[in-house]
Write a protein that binds this ligand. Structure first.
Ligand code: 5GP
Ligand code: MG
Ligand code: MG
Length: 184
């Protein structure tokens, strides 16, 4: 077996581990202030949001609960269509709960806008969104991300939970894939 370093597959690092943690601390401080006195239910969207969830949850001082959903978007090719299938549902009854959806990245925004409506329809008291990264396309869809981390350009990023072919989720920073990875 060949030894490889996944960092060699990066073209450039957009955000270092430190920059990510500083941004998450900033978002957590806002969330702490906005939900003071409440118990918040964090809903992580598998699998990409695992790292954001782990770090955000520990940066918060509020009492929180964590639950997870896995969804898949039907669509042609790489574009999500907004038609979503639930692969793993929540274990938690949302009636009267304050919910914060935790996402890695929002691209078209179609998945999140569907998810928010779905969770609202279950009787949640409120449903807000926290996404670490946002691409420009998201602005075109009417999805209000109350807690947004970094605004990025329209390029494919990996690391810190984000994958390419299920790999690179364990990179500590976020970066752009080197062109040699796409070639075969
Ligand atoms: P959308 O907002 O288009 O409905 O879908 C967002 C989902 O597409 C994200 O949760 C993520 O799984 C995937 N995605 C979108 N842009 C990127 C990207 O730049 N890199 C990676 N690794 N996944 C992305
Ligand atoms: Mg995601
Ligand atoms: Mg993926």
């Amino acid at each position: 077996m060949q030894l490889t370093d996944i960092a060699d597959d990066l073209d450039s690092t957009l955000y270092t581990e430190k920059q990510i943690h500083d941004k998450i601390a900033e978002l957590a401080a806002r969330i702490d202030a906005d939900y003071a006195g409440e118990t918040l239910l964090l809903v992580g969207v598998l699998k990409g949001a695992v790292m954001v969830m782990a770090d955000l949850a520990r940066a918060l001082t509020l009492p929180i609960e964590m639950d997870w959903m896995a969804v898949s978007s039907y669509g042609s090719g790489t574009q999500s269509s907004g038609v979503v299938r639930i692969l793993k549902d929540l274990d938690t009854d949302l009636t009267g709960r304050k919910v914060l959806i935790v996402e890695d990245i929002i691209d078209s925004g179609l998945t999140l806008s569907w998810l928010r409506a779905n969770l609202e329809s279950r009787g949640a008291a409120s449903v807000e969104i926290c996404a670490l990264l946002r691409k420009p396309k998201a602005a075109k869809v009417d999805v209000d991300v109350r807690y947004a981390g970094f605004e990025i350009a329209n390029e494919f990023v990996i690391g810190y939970g984000l994958d390419y072919g299920e790999k690179y989720r364990n990179l500590r920073g976020i970066g752009v894939l080197a062109p040699h990875v796409y070639g075969d």
